[in-house]
Write a protein that binds this ligand. Sequence first.
Ligand code: GLC
Length: 486
Amino acid sequence: MATKITCITSFIIILLLFISSAGLGQVVTKKTTSPDDCRMDWWRKARFGLFIHWGLFGFLEKEWDVVNIPTVEYSNLADKFNPVRFDPNQWVRRAKEAGVQYIVFTSKQHDGFCLFDSKYTDFDIVDATPFKRDVMKELAQVCHKQGMKIGWYHSILDWRHPDATEFPQKDTCCGRRFPEYVQNQLWPQCEELLQNYGPIAVMWFDGEWIKEWTEKQGKELYNHIRAIQPKTIINNRVGRGRQEKPGKHDTRKYVGDFGTPEQEIPATGILNYDWETCMTMNNSWNYNKNDNHWKSKEDLIRKLSDIVSKGGNFLLDVGPTPDGEFPAAAVERLKAIGDWLKINGESIYGTQASIFANQDWGRCTIKNGKVYLHVFHWPDNGILAIPALQNKIKRAYLLADKNGSNLNFTCDNSIITIELPQIPPNNINTVIVLKVEGLPKIASDKLTRLDNPDLLKLPCSFSVIGDTSMENNPVLFHSRLLLKSN
Ligand code: GLC
């Protein structure tokens, strides 16, 4: 009887491991799609960036409220913009302490206010505010000096410009001469951004949904930017690719180097495509004094591992106050992530997507010769069970353990069991390293992908039916399996 129960238990464990390895959480290994892998190389390794949304929105209680404010009244907010506490050295120091590898800063959001000295508008920080300093020049200089990569977010539309607003009905306004706006303002401003601030790592466009913007215009702008700074990486919102079902995003048809899931983590990553989740720390991109819905440190640290385990980058947003400081709640969270990364950064930077699915204990990232198990939920019985690997395992240890003491483990045909200390060094996410020979691979006799990447081969005791359709969200690659025991 006991043997029978053990057998049934083992069968259930194996079944669960297979389901979790093969089911909805399965992560696909990203194939390189960029024509220029060298250009993308640093970005793919960086994994963690800081988004900074700054400007006049910070005076409002809701960033979208601008829609209800007459243009002239909104413009008057610039008279109040005097961020005397702005200190680019402090910003970059905070970014470094958080462990981010690049910064993307808002040169112009949809409201049209420019945070740089532009010759093509007076509605900018130098011409329209008492502060009169080109904060982007100062920020770029510090970034270049400190070895922090800097990029610009730039909205294609402009709510204040009569020819580029989404709300032509808002004020009495002239007709649409959008191509003229593109030629006389958008392009020259992009040139300013790429010619006056040194090497720009990323151009991060937004507002491409304005109905006048076409894929052709996107391609032309993309090519123009690449001609000015060949190494700049440009997001997919430069064109119309995001309007299509992202899973069907055809990189030959739509322009852009990487996808931009917003406020979401695609459940299984995005097949054959570089991507970056951008996300707010509370619910607002810009400073919003009334928004106290801060995500916890735990949540953010785990989200970072989650995203990286699915092959993506995390662009985490901070909205500095109109005075020029990072809000205290953001500072606290950035510091917590940085503290975790100081010990565990090896399991994030330069790693690739998991070889198995979201396990219920946490996430996984890999590198040549290493498997990193990010344990969110420490097992009560002190045993961590993961699907078997093809690779020879040399040893297992805790990344936080300075002495790197070996952890005991056993392998059978289908499962690796690792004995853990009773108390985890970190309750949020403790990383266990498996040192292996070669590039980690899940055991092939247990679970393999067929030529069709949507299907998995399971042992003969299971029959498999593959179904790749996922009507609601084709961005996600899913292997749906029906498993039936013999
Ligand atoms: C939305 C918001 C914008 C923000 C962007 C980030 O477009 O309107 O403010 O910059 O999301 O993805």
